[in-house]
Design a protein around this ligand. Structure first.
Ligand SMILES: NC(=O)c1ccc[n+]([C@@H]2O[C@H](COP(=O)([O-])OP(=O)(O)OC[C@H]3O[C@@H](n4cnc5c(N)ncnc54)[C@H](OP(=O)(O)O)[C@@H]3O)[C@@H](O)[C@H]2O)c1
Length: 257
């Protein structure tokens, strides 16, 4: 029986690379993003048999309709990957950044829960080996300067996914948290600074898929960034502040689309 995988943020970057990876393994895919033309082009590239849903992940009614359609056509998914996300620099001292702050939280945190929610009852009923996967970020491990909303959203995602993991444990659905370091995608192409251990999206997708298959509870990819993340956690505030106050920042005012 072919694997059934539902992926949000499939129109570019990591989500697209994951779609290509799982399609090559013979999976049936549900592909979500706002840009329908990108999804249609990807679907054609992958053979045209996949289901495309052009929607905003922060819209729970649209997510419910997409999940219902996917379940009706293919059955409960084996893997749901909440990958859609947005990033831009925000600073609280500028009131005009508050709307950007809200959209980042809506997409990266609420959108993740809205992706999983309509699938959980069917996945519970179906039983077997199933996974809910959340794409967080190392930016959620410590607050980064200039990325107040993004860091907060990814910290919230990591903690949310941990709560969900405990809730899903009795019914056997594994919750996998992936915190990527730097992956080469349109999101990072705008970064005006050097990115250590930058990984091509195709290689990232392979490593993500391996972590998903193993049912890891939490992993940082690439592993070198995992070592950095562990050290960051250990740094006392006085040292962290000294080292990171002038760290390079994501520019403000980036379009979120
Ligand atoms: N690249 C990195 O280094 C890195 C590092 C850590 C974490 N991440 C995380 O990895 C995930 C994927 O990022 P990426 O690097 O692949 O970025 P990307 O190339 O910009 O892709 C983001 C994807 O999310 C979709 N998306 C954004 N807002 C959406 C919304 N409201 N509704 C539906 N889809 C939406 C976009 O599609 P549409 O615009 O068509 O809607 C696009 O397909 C994000 O959660 C990001 O935070 C990335």
């Amino acid at each position: 029986m072919a694997l059934k995988v539902f992926i949000t943020g499939a129109s570019s970057g990591i989500g697209e690379a994951l779609a290509v990876y799982y399609a090559a393994k013979g999976a049936t895919l549900g592909l979500v993003a706002r840009r329908s033309e990108f999804l249609a082009t990807l679907n054609q590239r992958l053979g045209g048999q996949h289901a495309c849903y052009a929607l905003d992940v922060s819209d729970p009614a649209a997510q419910h309709a997409a999940a219902s359609d996917f379940i009706a056509r293919f059955g409960a998914p084996d893997i749901v990957i909440a990958n859609a996300g947005v990033s831009a620099g925000t600073l609280t001292e500028f009131e005009e950044d508050l709307e950007v702050f809200r959209r980042i939280m809506d997409t990266n945190v609420f959108g993740m829960a809205a992706t999983f929610a309509p699938f959980i009852p069917a996945m519970k009923t179906a039983g077997g080996e199933r996974r809910l996967v959340g794409i967080a970020s190392v930016a959620g491990i410590r607050g980064l300067p200039g990325a107040e909303a993004y860091s907060a959203s990814k910290a919230a995602a990591i903690t949310y996914l941990e709560s969900l993991r405990l809730e899903m444990r009795p019914c056997g659905i594994k919750v996998v948290t992936i915190a990527p370091g730097y992956i080469a995608t349109p999101m990072t192409a705008v970064n005006p600074y050097s990115m250590p251990f930058l990984l091509p999206a195709e290689q990232a997708a392979e490593r993500f898929a391996s972590a998903i298959e193993r049912g890891l509870t939490y992993t940082v990819i690439p592993w070198q960034m995992g070592v950095v993340a562990k050290l960051l956690r250990l740094l006392p505030n006085w040292l962290y502040d000294r080292l990171f106050t002038n760290a390079p920042r994501k520019p403000r005012g980036l379009p979120l689309s």
